[in-house]
Design a protein around this ligand. Structure first.
Ligand SMILES: Nc1ncnc2c1ncn2[C@@H]1O[C@H](COP(=O)(O)OP(=O)(O)OP(=O)(O)O)[C@@H](O)[C@H]1O
Ligand SMILES: [Mg+2]
Length: 410
């Protein structure tokens, strides 16, 4: 029986889905993680320090001599470099480590795409620069963001150059609260108006197979960019979707990604499609659960395992005519007290599941300081409009309870 190593930080929501996918495909799994996960008590574990990619990769290579791996799959950004190094040493299909490193740092990504892929004009701004002065030389509005964070944490829109210093100071405070370098340069880029879509795909030998395109029907105009609803299939015109696919593949080629999951975010700005972001991992959080394929409702994780093992990927047809997910917003920072109204929300036609993913009593942060969604609401239906409507109707029935913390002045 073949064995696959999956790199699964203990914080990930998708552990169970991968275990089930492996069981369905009859492959054995080694979970590479920084600690044992209770949910996966029967799994074979390899404990490594996920923050040291070279060292973690070396340990995977060592374990390979006892239990050989047919593939190594990262499930999130933390694992992509480890997987690339280990697979390289073992001669397995893999992304070049430099290519995945590029996707992990926003300035490197922008530079790699420059002049090759439509994207917002950008400037990388050093700590020592005068933010208002730099912004005054750029076309407004701008989006200012840190290079190393994710999940829209620290991403702020500014409409005038005068607002830039406060946004920069706020981003630096956010960086200082993480393990990142608080003095890292920041990215100033032109705000791209329009609808946003996400592309979920898998690469085999550099060729992109799109598994799903998801619309984000809530306007993401800022000033902060907390995600909310994703619905698939996309309602955009097939010509627009062809351009979305073309731009995504251009970006993949420019960066040099060749294998495994990809997740891209693009904006449709009139007749232009511009790339906002490209990552060598599947869609984040529990959102992947909104995607099921074929006649049997095959999971995204099964599709990714199949691709990694060189198995044929069955025809990509969604299992449900339409499906979607809503990430529960964090309206204010404070102590999370729970979500009520779940029973009513679940009774709404089309709603299939509500998961609250943060323990009651935890401190939660609103965006842009925040990076953790409180939970996920899922729906299926005959059309994307029906799914969107179900999510909105159900959401109104929920009450998110947070004991508000007095805000520090920004
Ligand atoms: N130039 C831009 N114009 C318009 N909106 C933007 C722009 N840059 C970012 N955004 C918005 O902010 C969101 C987050 O930005 P981005 O994807 O660059 O960072 P991130 O989500 O923190 O990183 P990651 O996607 O790697 O987790 C985007 O999905 C988009 O809605
Ligand atoms: Mg993003």
């Amino acid at each position: 029986m073949e064995r696959v190593a999956i790199i699964l930080p203990s914080e990930t929501y998708r552990a169970k889905a991968f275990v089930e996918a492996a069981r369905d495909l009859g492959v054995q799994l080694t979970v590479v993680s920084e600690k044992r996960q209770l949910l996966l008590s029967e799994a074979d574990f390899l404990l490594v320090d996920l923050t040291s990619p070279m060292q973690a990769a070396a340990e995977i290579v060592e374990r390979h001599s006892a239990t050989p791996f047919a593939a190594i799959i990262p499930v999130d950004d933390q694992g992509v470099l480890i997987a690339a190094y280990a697979a390289h040493d073992l001669g397995l299909a893999h992304n070049h480590p430099a290519a995945v490193a590029t996707t992990r740092e926003k300035a490197m990504l922008r530079r790699a795409l420059r002049d090759k892929v439509p994207q917002p004009p950008f400037v990388v701004v050093e700590r020592s620069a005068d933010a208002a002065e730099v912004a005054a030389g750029l076309k407004m509005p701008l989006v200012i963001k840190p290079l190393s964070l994710a999940a829209s944490q620290g991403v702020i829109r500014v409409d005038t150059p005068q607002e830039a210093p406060a946004a920069v100071a706020r981003i630096r405070r956010i960086l200082a609260c993480t393990d990142r370098n608080p003095n890292e340069p920041l990215l100033f880029e032109r705000f791209v108006p329009g609808d946003e879509v996400a592309v979920e795909g898998v690469l085999v030998g550099g060729a992109l197979k799109i598994l799903a395109v998801l619309d984000k029907p809530d306007p993401l105009d800022g000033p902060y960019f907390e995600e909310s609803i994703y619905v698939t299939p996309s309602r955009h015109h097939p010509e627009v979707l062809a351009e979305v696919a073309r731009v995504t593949q251009l970006a993949i080629d420019a960066i040099g990604l060749t294998e495994g999951p990809v997740h891209a975010e693009l904006r449709i700005d009139g007749s232009f499609v511009r790339l906002i972001e490209l990552a060598a991992r599947p869609i984040g959080g529990m959102c992947g659960e909104a995607l099921q394929f074929g006649l049997l409702g095959t999971s995204l994780e099964t599709m990714l395992l199949r691709a990694a093992l060189g198995m044929r990927i069955p025809e990509i047809r969604p299992y449900h005519p339409a499906s979607g997910v809503m990430m529960l917003p964090t309206p204010t920072s404070g102590t999370f007290r729970g979500v009520s109204g779940g029973r009513d929300a679940l009774a709404v036609d089309g709603i299939t599941k509500l998961t609250v993913s943060v323990p009651v009593g935890d401190q939660v942060e609103a965006w842009p300081e925040g990076n953790r969604y409180l939970g996920f609401l899922f729906a299926t239906g005959q059309t994307p409009a029906e799914v969107e409507n179900a999510l909105r109707t159900a959401f109104v029935l929920l009450t998110i309870e947070i004991d508000e913390r007095p805000t520090e002045s920004a």
